[in-house]
Each structure stands twice: as structure tokens, then as C-alpha cells.
Write a protein that binds this ligand. Sequence first.
Ligand code: NAD
Length: 265
Amino acid sequence: MVLAGQAALVTGANSGIGKAVALGLGASGADVVVNYVTNPESAEEVAHRIEASGRRALAIKADVSREEDVQAMFAKAINHFGTLHICVNNAGLQRDAPLLDMTLKQWNEVISVNLTGQFLCAREAVREFKTRGVVREVSAAAGKLVFMSSVHQEIPWAGHVNYAASKGGVMQLMRSIAQEVAPLAIRANAIAPGAIRTPINKSAWETPAAYKELMTLVPYKRIGEPEDIAQAVAWLVSDAADYVTGATFFVDGGMTLFPGFTTGG
Ligand code: NAD
């Protein structure tokens, strides 16, 4: 219950990693805003599960790439919970195509959700954190931001240039925000997941052949589960990590350890 008395907002919280993060923050004692853009039933289910564990939860529909949606969501969340202490910018998507076939629409959609969406939510969160300031009995920091990046902030990804560019952008967005808001006692960090079992990458793990192929990229020889990411987020936003800001936490079973060099090179 290290997050008791705190309110968290998680974007894209009705599926995959975001869902596990929302449930994990609830299990650590936080009240949770469950953001979604499609499938309200699954968002309500996540909210009900958090409420069943004794915390408060609120599902709010907002497209994170739309400024008016994001501002309305934060206004509603702050009105409901009084304030917010934690913002997890998790919503993301892929629109894959080889470079020569990639349309401007595919490029713009990925940048708008994965990068602009994280900027819009971080800005609203920092406005609230700054207005309230530190309340020592609740947390050592005025607020905590977590940006969901990817190993592809580091690893180039042919056929996915929009996605890799968005995550490279997230890294510098997070680091620059961390530098700017540290004097306000606000912490900003990123998580860079490797291959995690969610709908976004189903084709990479759903058949035994695909899973075997995936494992050639993972030295630790298992796929990550959404809960692996949720545990890392829960620690990063707790006071146990109070001196951690501007960091990217790789949770990837060693995917960034150049696995191709395991047997020579
Ligand atoms: P997912 O498809 O299960 O979840 C993505 C969530 O984002 C969904 O809830 C979706 O509705 C939401 N979303 C999409 N567009 C949105 C919008 N405009 N506004 C609000 N919400 C929107 O996939 P996931 O794997 O859980 O992905 C979560 C995050 O983790 C993404 O940022 C993704 O890039 C990142 N990530 C995932 C993996 C992986 O292996 N699964 C690896 C690295 C990074």
C-alpha cells in the first residue's frame, strides 16, 4: 500500500500493459483513472476490479492525441479525485509498413498518439503537480510521470520507422521534461519494454514457431508479461525511487544486450 492516498491516471488502460499497470497501481493503494479510447466495457471491467480491491477508480474516454480530449479528461479526473499524483503515459499503437509503402497517414497516426499524446498528457499532469506542490505525508515528490517507451528507442526497426521514431522521441521528451521539472520536485522516467505478451504484438508470440523465432532475440528466454512492466512502474512512482529521475528503465529480458553476439560476433 505504498501508494495509499495517491491518485494515478493511466492512458490506454483497458488492454495489455496499461491494464496491468492500472491494476498494479490499484494494488499498491492508489486510486486510478482508467483512460480508454475504444471498448468502454473493458475499461469498466478494469475500473470494477480496482474498486473490488477497495480503491476508487474512474474510466474516462479520451483520445490522447487530441488536445481538447486530454484537457477534458484531466479536468474530470482532478474534479473527481481532488488532484493527481501519478501520470503513466502508456497509450500507443503501431501502423507498420516498409518505408516506401508508408503513407503520411500511417506516419502521422503513430507520431500523434505515441509522441504528441505523451506530450499533451505530461503537460496537463505537470500543471496540476506544480499547482499543488509537495504534500510530504502523501509523497516526497509533487508528482511522478512515467513514459512508456520501448526497446526501439534504442534498437532501429526496419519496417516500423514511424514507431521507432516515436519512441526515440519519447526518450528525449522524457529527459527534457525531467530536466525542466526536477526543481519543482516532479520526477519523470521511462520504461522501455522488450517483447511483452499483449495484443499489439500477437503475431510475434501466438504460434510456437513465432515464439521460437522471438526467443532468438531474448537472452532470458521467455516473453515478458504485462505484470513485469506493472511491477517496474509501481516501484518507479513510489518514494523508494525518489532519487530517480530522467532514467529509462529497460525491462526486456536482455533484448538490448545484442543477442546476436551471444555466440561470437
Ligand atoms: P495494446 O494494444 O494492448 O494497448 C494499447 C492501448 O493504447 C490500448 O488500450 C489502446 O486502446 C490505447 N490507445 C491507442 N490509441 C489511443 C488513443 N489515441 N488514445 C487513448 N488510448 C489509445 O498494446 P500494449 O502492448 O499494451 O502497448 C502499451 C504501450 O507499451 C504502448 O505505448 C507500446 O508502444 C508499448 N510497448 C509495448 C511492447 C510490447 O511488446 N507489448 C513493447 C514495447 C513498448
